[in-house]
Design a protein. Structure first.
Length: 324
């Protein structure tokens, strides 16, 4: 038989274990709270790196798992640590994506349109809304998609989030000088390929509404009149459709107007909304989005149309808060 002393010793051990578990639980809760303070920025980094809302969420969740497995007490700057870890996760995803692609950036893949972020168009202060911290243009994301993974990482982390080159160099496994060159090369490509765009949301809206009015009226010449002669349309119907007629790149005002004319039956379903950082449209049927169009406007004319009609990716968009 065990004596009272033995039983007392067991109670002491169990008590110490309970205290440790409670202490660990409180530490875990504090760590989770600190992580949540950085979640918005981490998702912004991942979205700019991947162009996919679902993959961005996955990358952020993986960053949390890595933090949870680390010695968090030894991290001096948690925000910087999480940003570089998220960048490393995204870099690995981009490299695997590139390895799976048989040919880098074929004409069919040029039709890729990143996942859009939709918001109701503000009534009172559209200029302030345009400065929303999550805003990044679809046109810019399309250009970023053409960069090599390491170039994209260097550009996004340094130029968009002010991460020092020394920190980025450790992620891409290059010297700081070589990493600086990566960002410089990416910067030039972005500058040369990103189309100029009208910054005023009010002027953007007038052009988009004129385009919709012409579509609804079936007025072909009116459609042509709001398109720049060198307008480019990118239509992305999804991975399975890429390379066929549903996913393509079309150039020229009359050619683009012809395509829009064939799909004018969708115009009555279209709502004018903010698509990322610009005025665009979402066509909604039975409460579900059937297409999203991002528009770039320059000097009162549409210079770019980016249409997402991939059913799988559209199914993940929430349109409940958008006004008809």
């Amino acid at each position: 038989m065990r004596g009272q002393g033995d039983m007392g010793g067991e109670r002491d051990v169990r008590g110490e274990q309970d205290v440790r578990r409670q202490r660990d639980a409180r530490g875990q809760q504090r760590l989770a709270e600190r992580f949540e303070e950085h979640r918005g920025q981490l998702k912004a980094v991942a979205y700019r790196m991947l162009g996919s809302l679902a993959e961005a969420e996955d990358a952020v969740q993986e960053a949390w798992l890595r933090l949870d497995r680390s010695e968090a007490d030894g991290i001096d700057n948690l925000g910087a640590w999480l940003t570089t870890v998220t960048g490393r996760i995204c870099l690995d995803l981009l490299r695997s994506r590139t390895a799976r692609r048989e040919e880098p950036m074929t004409e069919g893949f040029d039709s890729f349109v990143p996942d859009p972020v939709l918001r109701a168009l503000p009534r009172a202060d559209p200029e302030a809304e345009a400065l929303h911290t999550d805003s990044v243009g679809i046109a810019l994301l399309v250009v970023l998609e053409r960069l090599e993974p390491a170039e994209r990482l260097a550009f996004v982390l340094h130029d968009m989030f002010a991460v020092p080159f020394d920190d980025i160099a450790a992620v891409v496994e290059r010297s700081p000088a070589a990493t600086r060159q990566l960002a410089s090369r990416a910067r030039r490509r972005v500058r040369d390929a990103t189309p100029a765009a009208e910054p005023d949301l009010g002027r953007q809206r007038r052009v988009v509404e004129a385009f919709l009015a012409a579509s609804r009226a079936g007025d072909f010449e009116a459609l042509v009149s709001v398109l720049h002669p060198d307008v480019v349309l990118r239509a992305d119907a999804g991975a399975l459709a890429r390379g066929v007629a549903a996913s393509k790149v079309v150039r020229g005002a009359r050619t683009v107007a012809t395509g829009a004319f064939h799909f004018r039956h969708l115009a009555p379903l279209a709502r004018v909304v903010l698509v990322n950082d610009a005025v665009g449209t979402v066509a909604v049927s039975d409460g579900r989005p059937v297409s999203v169009t991002y528009v770039t406007v320059t000097d009162g004319l549409i210079t770019g149309l980016y249409i997402l009609s991939d059913p799988e990716r559209l199914a993940g968009l929430d349109v409940s808060g958008l006004e008809a």
